[in-house]
Design a protein around this ligand. Structure first.
Ligand SMILES: C[S@@+](CC[C@H](N)C(=O)[O-])C[C@H]1O[C@@H](n2cnc3c(N)ncnc32)[C@H](O)[C@@H]1O
Length: 166
């Protein structure tokens, strides 16, 4: 997807920039449902966002933005002092954060359905499969199912391979 990979520049913002350049030249209006610290937007103009909205039920009009960006918590860790978990909404001690993998999946499903409702063209989803207690919980599988159910075609997705042997 991104030639940034061969250059070793794996920042979220450079990958987001590549995705927009590659697929979304005609996108004018963007709403980020999970703006967080805004790290997606270091290389692009800052989109519309409202940190007070619950992404499961935003009250935004249907099909009101060309592209809706959605990066929900993909795991439930903590409570901990791990600032990474807190920053990405995965720390269980944060108000409203998912308490377990089932709540993570429920958040993904309800937020993705809301993202598809608001979008007139594209939904850009960032998620990640996780293994908990030896069991695979496939967020990507859930997303594929929901995109199909709501008549969205998956036009691209990224996979990153990590060598297991040294
Ligand atoms: C993975 S982070 C997003 C990071 C962001 N893309 C960035 O560049 O910084 C997920 C975000 O979703 C937020 N979140 C979790 N549940 C939410 C909900 N129901 N409604 C709105 N935001 C929520 C978390 O607080 C966190 O900021």
């Amino acid at each position: 997807m991104s030639n940034q990979v061969v250059r070793g520049d794996l920042s979220s913002s450079s990958i987001i920039r590549d995705i927009f350049q590659m697929h979304m030249n005609d996108v004018v209006t963007i709403f980020d449902l999970t703006y967080g610290n805004g790290t997606f937007w270091n290389d692009l103009d800052i989109p519309m966002f409202d940190p007070s909205l619950d992404f499961r039920n935003t009250g935004l009009a249907s099909r009101s933005y060309d592209c809706v960006v959605f990066d929900p918590p993909f795991t439930a860790n903590g409570p901990s002092s791990n600032s990474h978990n807190a920053r990405y909404g995965a720390d269980r001690s944060q108000n409203g954060s998912p308490q377990n993998i089932h709540e993570v999946r429920a958040l993904l499903a309800s937020g993705l359905i809301e993202a598809m409702r608001i979008s007139s063209k594209f939904v850009l989803l960032k998620t990640q499969d996780v293994i908990e207690s030896g069991k695979l919980h496939s967020s990507t599988g859930l997303a594929f199912t929901l995109f199909k159910e709501f008549d969205f075609r998956v036009m691209d997705y990224g996979l990153c391979g990590l060598r297991c042997s040294t």
